[in-house]
Design a protein around this ligand. Structure first.
Ligand code: ADP
Length: 904
């Protein structure tokens, strides 16, 4: 936007020169209308102050004043106008100086042509416009800079202040001059100054963006926290010029943060207290509950009228469900507070699922529900994970299925999804034919405290925490849980997990039972399919039918064909009529009854009626194998009744036990159970007394309560293990009795040095399991490495693994041969043959966990591999090999079928 004529201030004390200038202007085609003429510097300043001039045409010499002065004063006073000097060419240096001082150009009087004048004026005008634009931009910047709430600054390359905005100066209550350079730094809090100096040195070296926090004094003397963020700035040539940055007052934010942190600490403390409280309360509730459960258990063992028995049973059931609720709440609060730790233990998937179902089989059978365990017989997987938690999830899902199903079946199916060398991805689906769940409710199901509020739910009770806990557990294991359901038809809960596999699989070379024809009579479709699969997998030629009529026909046909069935497996439901004439004239050679748990009461009668063995439903693969193997193995000679799934109540050899327990009720419960299992026990009430008792006599096992006055269980076991208890064997077998049921507490027990644990209230079956575990270890003695043996056992229970009895048999036959070979090689002085045999011996001894034998063989190896071989020393070691072997074999034989020793 160009104005028509530039407004020119002509400063000239000589009137002639003024007229000449006007003439030139007119010759240059410019109007002289916009020209204002003044004669002196003061007049010129006054005219410029009024404003509106684009160009100042000024003579160098104005009487006593000069044009250069005018230029300088106009600049300091911020007056606008582009200066063009008129000179007499007397002194070129003067002209140069004028240009340096900011003049746009100069014209030498007498040499001015109209064209030159025109060009110079144009140029000057352009400059005036640019300056105006710059001034405006500067003003805008100032306006913005001063209006922002941030404290702005610009520094030079040494980070000395060169610019501050109004906000900064107001905040500090100081002038720009005071703050300039390092002036501002006097405001830094003395506590922050050393740190800040160090940080700034780094920033100067790096010349990068930065953020600093420090306290800066405000005009009122208060130190405020500021966040100083800056970035490097560069001159147009690209050279580093310093920093530009801003400060924000973050005092309030800091205060909020501190308050938040305080509030968080308080909340954490409160949550810790809550957990503590829950643990305490659960312990407090548990103690009387132990009394109720334990005592009602004792009562049930006495002679009671039917009505009384019913009442006591209700008491016990109620106490049981109350304990479940307490455990749920405790678990949930632990998960909520992120305290849950996952175990990384090795476990066999099949055994875990089978064991879990066994726990619920009785409840299912009471409701006449068919519980089916459908695991592909070929699936064998030793996995690493948290078996306790996995069991908990399954218990909850299958427990719910039993709870919410009135008739029909519950099928637990394990399927492989994908398999890699390192991991098994699998699915466990729990399907029921129960009440089902509507679509709306399915969405909320896995949230805490949600129950589908039907009358059936109210009837069955529950906390609504089970599925929430299960989901959390599954997710912590990296898996997923989901549900499909149709009201009135049933539900399928599915858990998908991927767990690392461990475990080597021994290749099968001997099938367990001989491949004889067997007949399965099973009315239930799913069970018939699953059991048929198992039988086929075990190498039997199995035929299956659904009812007695069909069974009779099949039996008759087989007899007529001259290939009678060697075994008939019969579901107990069908046998509820008279067993004796069940098959009419077609008596099978052997009869195995597939029975319900808890239905073994009529065992004697059944045996009298011709039943050879029982297998509890749902059958476990290895039980089925063992049962059939024992029944059909021609080597065992006599027909043996195998009561798979039932453990004889009294253990073969009575143990002397020490019960350490302060609570009189619990003392009685423990005493009672141990007596029933055929053991003898002494009772003391605290750890100190226990140490005295242990020093006085030998006990096979100590049942040690964890929480006791005077000396608690942890301290007691610590002293014993550290050898600090005089007269007490540091390896004394000890089983902890813990009040709290959480995995963490159990872990704590094992870490403290306990051999095993059992949770209160003590129950007969749990106690029996613990004692059975001890039994294996004790009889193994030092001749066996229990970890190895346990592994061997686990592996041999795999579906297609060689049965342990076969492995042990090989060990039993081969080892004496090798020892003999060793003796002969040594007698012949053949060190290398002897060395080879010693190696083989050590190898197989290690595999079977025969620790002492392995150590002895290894000693032999080192004598024989010496240079020269120490043959004499080696020969001295050989005689000890046999007793080592005998001991190991004796210990191993406890683990396998009793017929073993007759065979080598
Ligand atoms: P709880 O059983 O302790 O109440 P859960 O979280 O285990 O808590 O289950 C929540 C609810 O989900 C149950 O109350 C029931 O209404 C419903 N539910 C769970 N499993 C089933 C099932 N298999 N069939 C029908 N309803 C079920």
């Amino acid at each position: 936007m160009r104005s028509a004529a530039p407004r020119i201030l002509l400063v000239e004390d000589d009137e002639d020169d003024y007229l000449i200038a006007c003439g030139l202007l007119m010759e240059a085609g410019r109007s002289t209308a916009g020209v204002e003429w003044v004669r002196s510097v003061p007049d010129a300043l006054a005219a410029l102050a009024r404003g509106g001039h684009d160009i100042v045409l000024v003579d160098h010499f104005l009487g006593s004043d000069n044009g250069l002065d005018l230029l300088r004063r106009a600049r300091t006073e911020g007056l606008r106008g582009s200066f063009v000097f008129l000179t007499g060419s007397s002194d070129p240096a003067l002209d140069e100086e004028a240009v340096r001082a900011g003049a746009s150009d100069y014209l030498v009087k007498g040499q001015i042509t109209p064209a030159l004048l025109d060009r110079v004026l144009r140029h000057a005008l352009e400059r005036a416009r640019m300056e105006e634009a710059r001034r405006e931009s500067e003003q805008r910047f100032r306006l913005v800079a001063d209006a922002t709430p941030a404290l702005l600054y610009v520094t030079d390359a040494e980070r000395r202040g060169v610019f501050y905005n109004r906000t900064w100066l107001d905040f500090r209550g100081r002038t720009e001059a005071q703050e300039a350079g390092e002036g501002w730094m006097e405001g830094i809090h003395p506590d922050d100054a050393p740190r800040l100096r160090a940080e700034m040195a780094g920033i100067l070296a790096r010349r990068e963006r930065y953020r600093l926090e420090y306290r800066l004094r405000r005009h009122d003397g208060e130190y405020r926290w500021v966040l100083d963020s800056g970035m490097p700035r560069h001159v147009p040539t690209g050279d580093f010029a310093g920093f530009a940055g801003s400060l924000l007052d973050i005092t309030d934010r800091k205060r909020d943060e501190e308050e938040l942190a305080r509030a968080r600490d308080a909340a954490l403390e409160a949550s810790r207290l809550k957990s503590q409280f829950l643990a305490n309360v659960s312990h407090e509730i548990r103690t009387p509950m132990n009394g109720i459960v334990g005592m009602s258990g004792l009562l049930l063992d006495t002679r009671l009228a039917p009505e009384q028995r019913e009442i006591v049973e209700i008491v016990q059931k109620s106490a049981d469900s109350l304990l479940t609720v307490i455990n749920d709440i405790l678990d949930f609060s632990r998960i909520e507070s992120g305290k849950l730790r996952m175990d990384a233990a090795e476990f066999d998937l099949r055994t875990l699922v089978e064991d879990t179902l066994a726990l619920l089989a009785e409840r299912a059978s009471e409701k006449r529900l068919e519980l089916v365990c459908d695991i592909p017989p070929g699936l064998c997987a030793v996995l690493r994970g948290d078996p306790g938690r996995l069991r908990q999830i399954l218990l909850n899902l299958v427990g719910n299925a039993v709870k919410f199903t009135e008739r029909g079946e519950i099928v637990v199916r394990v399927e492989r999804i994908a398999e890699t060398a390192g991991a098994l991805e699998f699915r466990v689906a729990v399907a029921d034919t129960g009440v089902g769940i509507g679509p709306q409710d399915q969405l909320r199901l896995f949230q805490p405290f949600v129950q589908v509020d039907g009358s059936s739910t109210r009837r069955f009770g529950g906390t609504g925490l089970g599925l929430a806990i299960s989901r959390q557990l599954v997710e912590q294991m990296g898996g997923r849980i989901s549900v499909r359901s149709e009201p009135g038809r049933g539900s399928v809960f599915t858990v998908e997990l991927s767990l690392p596999r461990v475990g080597i699989v021994l290749s099968p070379d001997t099938a367990s039972p001989p491949p004889v024809p067997v007949l399965l009579v099973e009315p239930h479709d799913a069970s018939r399919r699953v059991i048929s699969d198992m039988l086929a997998f075990l190498g039997l030629r199995a035929e299956a039918c659904a009812d007695i009529g069909a069974a009779r026909t099949a039996l008759r046909a087989a007899t007529e064909a001259g290939r009678p069935f060697a075994v008939v497996l019969l579901d107990r439901m069908l046998a509820e009529t008279d067993l004796a004439d069940l098959f009419g004239g077609e008596r099978p050679a052997r009869l195995v009854l597939l029975t319900r748990p808890g239905a073994l009461g009529g065992a004697e009668a059944a045996r009298a009626a011709g039943v050879d063995a029982f297998v509890v439903k749902p059958p476990r693969l290895h039980q089925l194998r063992q049962c059939l193997h024992e029944m059909l193995d021609p080597a065992s000679g006599v027909k043996k009744a195998a009561f798979a799934g039932t453990a004889a109540d009294a253990s073969p050899s009575p143990l002397r036990m020490l019960v350490v327990e302060d609570n009189a009720v619990n003392q009685r419960v423990a005493q009672h159970h141990l007596a029933r299992l055929g053991h003898v026990c002494d009772v003391v009430e605290n750890g100190a007394r226990a140490l005295e008792a242990l020093a006085a006599r030998r006990y096979d096992l100590v049942l040690l309560d964890c929480q006791m006055p005077v000396m608690d269980g942890f301290e007691t076991v610590r002293r014993i293990r550290a050898g600090l208890a005089p007269g007490v064997d540091a390896r004394q077998p000890i089983v902890a009795v813990t009040a709290s049921a959480t995995e963490d507490d159990r872990r704590r027990c094992l870490e403290a040095g306990m051999d095993d644990f059992i949770s209160k209230p003590i129950r007969a079956d749990e106690l029996r399991a613990v004692l059975a575990r001890r039994d294996v270890r004790d009889s193994a003695g030092p001749a066996l490495d229990p970890a190895r043996v346990a592994r061997l056992l686990a592996l041999s229970q795999e579906a297609d693994a060689v049965p342990i009895e076969d492995l042990v048999r090989v060990f039993a036959v081969e080892t004496p041969r090798r020892v003999l070979g060793l003796e002969q090689a040594l007698a012949a002085g053949d060190a290398s043959a002897a060395l080879a045999l010693a190696r083989v011996l050590r190898d197989s001894a290690e595999k079977f966990g025969a620790a002492r034998l392995a150590a002895r063989a290894s000693a032999l190896e080192s004598r024989l591999s010496a240079i020269p071989p120490a043959l004499d020393e080696a020969a001295r070691l050989v005689p000890a090999l046999r007793p080592d072997f005998e001991r190991a074999l004796a210990a191993l034989s406890h683990l396998v079928v009793p017929s073993l020793l007759a065979h080598p």
